[in-house]
Design a protein around this ligand. Structure first.
Ligand code: PGA
Length: 248
């Protein structure tokens, strides 16, 4: 049985004070969960959130990192800087990074390798644009992302990977993929991992759905066979919303 993993992606929201206030409130609502629960926040919030969630099972991750060990890369963050903060995850290749910051399958692949070398659990994001889905290209697009992003990763690494299927047309739009659409693509991703690796790896890899997940649609999405959790943007910003998703 794969453990479900529900992670908030706070994007560029919340100051440190706001993050700590959220954590205090969330800690009141959250006691224990059979699922893995966490938040990927801005770099400035990581240390304070780790402290605020200390003694709970709630994990804290980053949203990006550089693939190089260190160097003249103004404005970037290195893997060692993140491991020093004991991050539990790092989102890699979110569509907003691909769209606005020029990330490609090649840089995503390098980042995944660096993350694993530093024992940071990556959450790899893949997903198609609306025109690609409307053109019937969604499976080709996602398959090519999977094969390029995972290139050179070992069985063990992919077994421990979290992949978030996030159709770009569903992110922040309020337009969620239907449970059938989400399940179909998550099943396809698992099948693709099986083709590239083997069944033991594809049984272990955890595949989240992301894109306008909210309390009202969480149960239907989270109870699909191939959906092992959610990456949640907007609805993770309010404790009273996110706790409902965690308790789906
Ligand atoms: P959303 O964002 O839940 O606000 O659609 C999801 C994401 O970008 O990870």
């Amino acid at each position: 049985m794969r453990k479900k993993v529900l992670v908030g992606n706070w994007k560029m929201y919340k100051t440190i004070n706001e993050a700590v206030a959220f954590a205090d409130e969330f800690n009141q609502l959250f006691s224990e969960s059979p699922h893995e629960v966490g938040f990927c926040c801005s770099f400035t919030q990581i240390a304070s959130l780790k402290k605020a969630f200390n003694g709970t099972q709630i994990k804290v991750g980053a949203q990006n990192m550089h693939f190089e060990e260190e160097g003249a890369f103004t404005g970037e963050i290195s893997p060692a800087m993140l491991t020093e903060l004991k991050v539990d995850y790092c989102i890699i290749g979110h569509s907003e990074r691909r769209q606005y910051f020029g990330e490609t399958d090649d840089t995503v692949n390098k980042k995944l390798k660096t993350a694993f070398n530093h024992s940071i659990n990556p959450i790899l994001c893949v997903g198609e644009h609306l025109e690609q889905r409307d053109g019937g290209k969604e499976f080709d697009v996602v398959k090519s992302q999977i094969s390029e992003d995972l290139d050179g990763l070992t069985d063990e690494q992919v077994s421990n990977l979290i992949i978030a299927y996030e159709p770009i047309w569903a992110i922040g739009t309020g337009r969620t993929a239907s449970p059938e659409q989400a399940e179909e693509m998550c099943g396809f991703i698992r099948e693709s991992v099986k083709e590239l690796y083997n069944e033991s790896v594809s049984d272990k890899v955890r595949i989240q759905y992301g894109g306008s997940v909210k309390p009202a649609n969480a149960t239907e999405l989270m109870t699909q066979n191939n959906i092992d959790g959610a990456l949640v943007g907007g609805a993770s910003l309010k404790p009273e919303d996110f706790i409902k998703i965690v308790n789906f």
